[in-house]
Design a protein around this ligand. Structure first.
Ligand SMILES: *Cc1c(COP(=O)(O)O)cnc(C)c1O
Length: 388
């Protein structure tokens, strides 16, 4: 029997079987966790040549192959590398495709550590960095310079959830000879496939939904045919491979990601709709809500929504935001998201160059797998405390 998994099958069927073939390892359902630096060669000629599949631990193992093959299947990419964190998944491709004298355009609403990397290391290496309004769309064309090599996107935006017109941005970038990268952590390849919409390099903090349990750090970078050789070469040059246990744990998380995401989606949307009717909430920033300015883009391009969004409190400042957070009993105060547990953070907007007006402080909510009624009761406690 040959098991063929194709994209016509349901998502959960694909997730249950992609990556490894049990028959490759004595029928065990899961791939082996290969702890390795050295790989032996049968003879000197093989060692001198390039014919052996595995040659050294940093260059790939059956464990990393299982995960990268699975991600390639989901992303529709030519190749994927697994790296030690989501942040490395951002910095590695930027290092791969930029050099001194080049110009990079980065969305102003980018994940803050991405901005920090650009403003410190990229600038030190002689790369010109500009930030653009995430809602610029086809207007990207007027921002491109002759030396623009990369347009970096993230949609929806970190913390403020603006939607980007990825096909329009890609079209403008390609016309000017630049490539497009996308941090696709929010949607995962289950709800948005960047390469199908013109993106060249898709980035994922697998720490979030693929990991799913707040107990592992990992990143993946997937490239199309044209960009894969350069990405892979930079990966092996830097030696930034992920450890086998972490890779295995993400592979394990991937099997249940579809089921978990569906639950996150349903609960988050129910709570977001309910929040729109609550006193003390000025706005809910969730792209799957009809009230969201980017809703049409989300509906056109995405097939689902994950479990993280923000609310804007109706007036007040840091004092009210802290009162909200301190009143929470189920939601934890902590960074990251995508795990089974609910989290809340006070959003920092001080790094933005494109200024937007909000009615009050922003609170970002990661809706976990707990029961919705309990989460609503907890949020109500927060809103009441914020009103004083
Ligand atoms: C969390 C996150 C990252 C970084 O992932 P880590 O594994 O925590 O380094 C990158 N991009 C986005 C959008 C994120 O939310």
């Amino acid at each position: 029997m040959t098991r063929r998994i194709d994209r016509k099958m349901g998502t959960n069927t694909q997730l249950a079987h992609i990556g490894n073939d049990p028959r490759d390892f004595h029928g065990f359902v899961n791939p082996p966790v290969v702890h390795a630096s050295t790989v032996l060669f049968p003879d000197a000629a093989t060692m001198a040549g390039r014919s052996q599949k595995y040659t050294y631990g940093t260059r790939g193992t059956p464990t990393s192959d299982a995960l990268c093959t699975a991600i390639d299947h989901l992303e529709g990419s030519a190749g994927t590398v697994a790296v030690p964190s989501g942040l490395v998944a951002v910095t590695l491709p930027l290092l791969a495709f930029l050099a001194a004298g080049d110009h990079v355009l980065i969305t102003d609403s980018v994940y803050h550590p991405t901005r920090n990397f650009a403003d410190t290391m990229l600038k030190r290496f002689g790369v010109e960095v500009d930030y653009y309004d995430p809602e610029v769309g086809a207007g990207t064309a007027s921002l491109l310079k002759p030396n623009t090599k990369v347009v970096f996107t993230e949609s929806p935006a970190s913390n403020t959830f603006e939607m980007q017109d990825i096909p329009a941005i890609s079209k403008a970038a390609h016309a000017a000879g630049a490539i497009v990268m996308m941090d696709n952590t929010w949607a995962t390849p289950l709800y948005f496939r960047p390469l199908d919409h013109g993106v060249d390099v898709s980035i994922h903090a697998a720490t979030k939904y693929p990991g799913g349990h707040s107990d592992v750090l990992l990143g993946t970078v997937s490239a199309n045919e044209a960009c894969w050789p350069r990405l892979h070469q930079t990966f092996t040059t830097l030696g930034c491979c992920a450890g086998p246990n972490d890779v295995y744990q993400v592979m394990r998380g991937l099997r249940t990601m579809g089921v978990r995401l569906a639950h996150h989606q349903k609960s988050a949307l129910e709570i977001a709709r309910w929040l729109e009717t609550r006193q003390g909430v000025a706005r809910v920033l969730h792209p799957a809500l009809e009230s969201h300015p980017g809703h049409a883009l989300w509906k056109r391009d995405f097939t689902g929504a994950s479990g993280i969004f923000s609310i804007v409190l109706d007036g007040g400042g840091e004092k009210e935001a802290h009162a909200f957070l301190d009143a929470l009993e189920i939601f934890g105060l902590g960074y990251s998201w995508g795990g089974y547990e609910s989290l809340a953070v006070n959003v920092f907007l001080g790094d933005r160059t494109v200024r937007k007006e909000y009615e009050g402080p922003l609170i970002r909510l990661q809706i976990g797998l707990e029961d919705v009624e309990d989460l609503k009761a907890d949020i109500s406690r927060g809103l009441e405390a914020a009103r004083g």
